[in-house]
Design a protein around this ligand. Sequence first.
Ligand code: ZN
Ligand code: ZN
Length: 239
Amino acid sequence: MISRFLDLIYPALCELCQEPLKNGHALCSSCAAQLTRVKAPFCGNCGEPFEGEIQHHFLCPNCLHTPHDFHFARASLKSSPTSFGLVHRLKYQRHFYLARDLAPFLKETLQEDPRFEKLGKSALLIPVPLHWRRQQSRHGNQALELSRELAKLSGLSCHNALKRIRVTRTQTKLNRKQRLTNLRGAFQIKQKQRKHLHGKNIILIDDVFTTGSTAHECAQILTLEGQVSKVAVLTLIRG
Ligand SMILES: [Zn+2]
Ligand SMILES: [Zn+2]
């Protein structure tokens, strides 16, 4: 009711094409359809998409040489100026309402990849945390917003179980080895959350997957200290 009322006074515009929208949406259906989904073939471990006709399970050269502590990772959208532009607005411009229009892409991937279903209905969604200082300056955490919206759509529960205990350098200009060193000891499990994690399967949620070092570090702490069963990773974009 309230969103319909607001639509009448301030019709929302599509974040990408400026078409007027209804029902509190931020992306029109034609712009949403134009975002390119990651489709097979992709690396069975990190979800990196490849061109061509590969039918069998395969690992990309990166995963063959550097094992990850997560079970597998999948991303919903290919990286493009449009998909990155949307994440940029969600992350740095406080357009948190976009999470509502972006979470359906994550849900699509959850439904389409049978490996997620195998994790069961009791799998927990856990967002990759920001350091509290960074979260304060950005007025929120994009991964948490995506997880909350995905929880509503999927029926899985969202537990904000991790915290980042060190402010780490931005990873953008670092290679995988430097990223791993940069992140070592950066995450911890929140004391009160420990009891919820034991033996559970986890779906770690983030906006972008680049080298996998963040996901690897979180998976390691969840497995070793949280004694979880499996950690799968689901991100909006494969960077
Ligand atoms: Zn549009
Ligand atoms: Zn890979």
